[in-house]
Ligand binder design. Structure first.
Ligand SMILES: [Zn+2]
Ligand SMILES: [Zn+2]
Length: 164
């Protein structure tokens, strides 16, 4: 499977039984297919945090701001749920196969901060995504609400801090 953002060949990682395709050595983005969603629900938050630390290349931001094609369906364009240049983050989803393309470079960058600062910065990062974006998704309609729930679970899987 090729990275939807930079066409690098992605590598499969299995963390706590969850299969994730990762763009190692390039943009560091992660692909979650819909078969992982049910499993993620029952895992301890933060158990997938090592996925944030996979190697990235410098200067990958050039791939942002362009539309990406689903790496699985190949023809469907990914729908952009959340995008922030400032936050160095992108969350896309395929409307056909439901897979999530998640680039949390902004969150990965926070991992090197000293503990106290990191906790605050990570909380702020999540508040931005969860409050500003996901709570809006919940209001739209049932299907979108369900997708918002899946996305929240994926984010909790990746982040060690307790988000309440
Ligand atoms: Zn990539
Ligand atoms: Zn797809």
């Amino acid at each position: 499977m090729k990275c939807p953002a930079c066409q690098n060949k992605m590598q499969e990682n299995v963390v706590a039984g969850i299969k994730v395709q990762a763009c190692r050595g390039e943009c560091g983005g992660l692909w979650f297919d819909r078969f992982q969603f049910k499993k993620i629900e029952f895992l301890k938050p933060g158990i997938g945090q090592s996925l944030l630390m996979i190697e990235r290349a410098e200067g990958v931001k050039i791939y942002r701001g362009a539309e990406h094609t689903c790496p699985d369906c190949k023809t469907t364009l990914l729908y952009r749920h959340f995008f922030s240049t400032e936050g160095d983050t992108e969350i896309n989803q395929c409307s056909k196969c439901r897979g999530f393309w998640i680039d949390l470079s902004g969150l990965a960058n926070l991992q090197s901060l000293p503990a106290v600062q990191k906790k605050q910065a990570v909380e702020k990062y999540f508040t931005t995504i969860l409050d500003k974006k996901i709570s809006g998704m919940r209001l739209r309609h049932d299907d979108m609400a369900q997708q918002a729930q899946v996305l929240t679970q994926i984010l909790k899987f990746l982040c060690p801090e307790d988000q309440g």
